[in-house]
Ligand binder design. Structure first.
Ligand code: SF4
Ligand code: ZN
Length: 370
């Protein structure tokens, strides 16, 4: 946020019959449409209502509370790990979860859980923000790192695989890292800072890819435990607009880190994001509309869906003999980075039985230019 969010209606003074020329526009304060007492400082991106700071905070927090209640996200006495990256979403999530836990006596034990991907100049700085948040919110913090879990930092991975598929490695590793951290912390649930824009983008991407299995999962506000080693997750900010999260963080003066990852090429998501922002600018409800469309899609009976099993190597959930994380790691360790990109399922048995790959197979998988 660089511009001042002070909000006014611009009105034009009536043309003076004497002067004969139009006066300059003057700014007239707008009253908050909720309390009709204080001056409005913003127009809610989600509803268009003009609100004062306090009424906006209340509306934002109440909506998250209602989301939590309606979906029965938590049970009294549970330990909940908040996935904290130091960014605006997870910082707002930590702030609001702590506040609502106290205001409505949820009876939750909250903790912060962070993943250190090993990205110099990005994650090391954002983790400093998380450490300050830990002090500010007085919550325990656990940081798990790719280096300790996989023996690879993202810096090293990018050196080997380049900047095209790095987010595939990072995303797969992060998902498992969060689960492993959650198990170390013995939390019952993980909540993540995914907001309405994130969910709508994912719906669009899955529609475009025709990925039915993911499309069905991506709008779910919570996931049950899918097996051993997978901790249930939920998204309390699922219906919160990104723009409102930014406004909330701005007006609450929350301490968050706003720099983008230095390895962020994710072009595909970027296009979905731009498209969604364009839609939002002509019709703000587009974000909710896309989410609701995703929620309402159902899969015809008889459509083949991947069967969820467990990885033969690490035991993590997988629909193949080896989970994605183990395949990616194997590829990195063998210097064959393409192994986990694309479909090479038929090689899984060879990897498991440590049968050497043929010269031709190796050649195809070695190339970095993919
Ligand atoms: Fe990882 Fe890609 Fe996100 Fe950077 S942009 S943190 S590399 S997933
Ligand atoms: Zn595995």
């Amino acid at each position: 946020m660089t511009t001042s969010p002070a909000f006014t209606h611009t009105a034009t003074r009536r043309k003076s019959p004497l002067s004969g020329f139009r006066a300059a526009p003057v700014e007239m304060p707008v009253l908050c449409s909720s309390c009709v007492d204080k001056r409005a400082v913003l127009k809610r991106p989600k509803t268009g209502h003009s609100l004062c700071k306090e009424c906006f905070f209340w509306a934002f927090e109440e909506e998250v509370h209602q989301t939590i209640l309606a979906a029965k996200l938590f049970r009294h006495g549970e330990t909940v790990g908040i996935a904290a990256s130091g960014g605006k979403d997870s910082t707002v999530l930590a702030h609001v979860m702590k506040l609502l836990n106290e205001r409505y006596d949820y009876g939750l034990k909250l903790m912060l859980l962070s993943v250190d991907e090993g990205i110099t100049g990005y994650r090391d700085d954002s983790l400093e923000t998380v450490k300050r948040n830990q002090q500010q919110y007085e919550l325990p913090l656990k940081i798990v790192s790719y280096e300790e879990l996989y023996g690879w930092t993202m810096d090293a991975i990018v050196q080997q695989v380049g900047l095209k598929n790095n987010c595939t490695f990072c995303g797969v590793f992060r998902r498992q890292a969060l689960d492993r951290g959650a198990i170390m912390l013995k939390v019952d649930k993980i909540c993540t800072g995914h907001n309405a824009d994130d969910v709508a983008e994912t719906v669009l991407m899955n529609v475009l890819r025709g990925d039915i299995a993911r499309l069905r999962r991506c709008t779910a506000i919570s996931t049950a435990s899918e097996g051993d080693g997978v901790v249930p997750r939920c998204k309390p900010l699922k219906y919160a607009y990104e723009k409102e999260i930014v406004l909330y963080a701005y007006f609450k003066k929350l301490d968050y880190f706003s720099t983008e990852c230095i390895y962020s090429p994710n072009a595909y998501r970027g296009h979905a994001r731009t498209f969604l922002k364009d839609l939002e600018s002509v019709r703000p409800s587009s974000i909710m509309d896309v989410i609701h469309s995703g929620e309402n899609l159902s899969v015809r009976e008889g459509v083949k869906m991947p069967v969820q099993g467990t990885c033969n190597r690490c035991g993590y959930i997988s629909s193949q003999a080896l989970c994605k994380s183990c395949v990616l790691l194997e590829g990195l360790n063998r210097g064959l980075p393409k192994l986990g990109i694309g479909k090479h399922h038929r090689l899984h048995d060879k990897i498991l039985s440590q049968t050497p790959l043929t010269e031709k197979e190796e050649r195809k998988l070695r190339s970095v230019d993919f």
